[in-house]
Design a binder for this molecule. Structure first.
Ligand code: FES
Length: 110
């Protein structure tokens, strides 16, 4: 059984469904690339899995990122936030409070 942490990054191309536009339009591909570089830089490939995913129902605050199994959802994540998430959350187990959001009730993904 894999014990890797999973980073789910919304890469949805949906039209405005929950308000706020889709994460793809906000640059999710660039965010995925930045996470990939940071994971490689810190040699975390055996500990962390990067997963592009469909809509996480948090479109108003996209780009949405969910860290599993930590039950943390980040909102309005930009490429410049990635190093802080990796260094503080993934390496030091300290979620980045300034980016944390309380998921809307629609979110049933835990
Ligand atoms: S499109 Fe990204 S959370 Fe909905």
């Amino acid at each position: 059984m894999s014990t890797k942490r999973r980073i789910y990054i919304c890469d949805s191309h949906k039209p405005k469904i929950h308000g706020g536009g889709c994460c793809s339009d906000k640059g999710s591909q660039g965010l995925l690339a930045e996470f990939s570089l940071a994971i490689h830089h810190h040699q975390l490939e055996n500990q962390v899995e990067l997963i592009p995913t469909t809509c996480l129902s948090q479109c108003k605050t996209g780009i949405s990122v969910r860290i599993w199994p930590d039950q943390v959802v980040y909102g309005r994540v930009k490429p410049e936030d990635v190093s802080q998430i990796v260094e503080e959350h993934l390496l030091q187990h300290q979620p980045v409070k300034r980016l944390e959001i309380v998921p809307e009730p629609r979110f049933l993904g835990w």
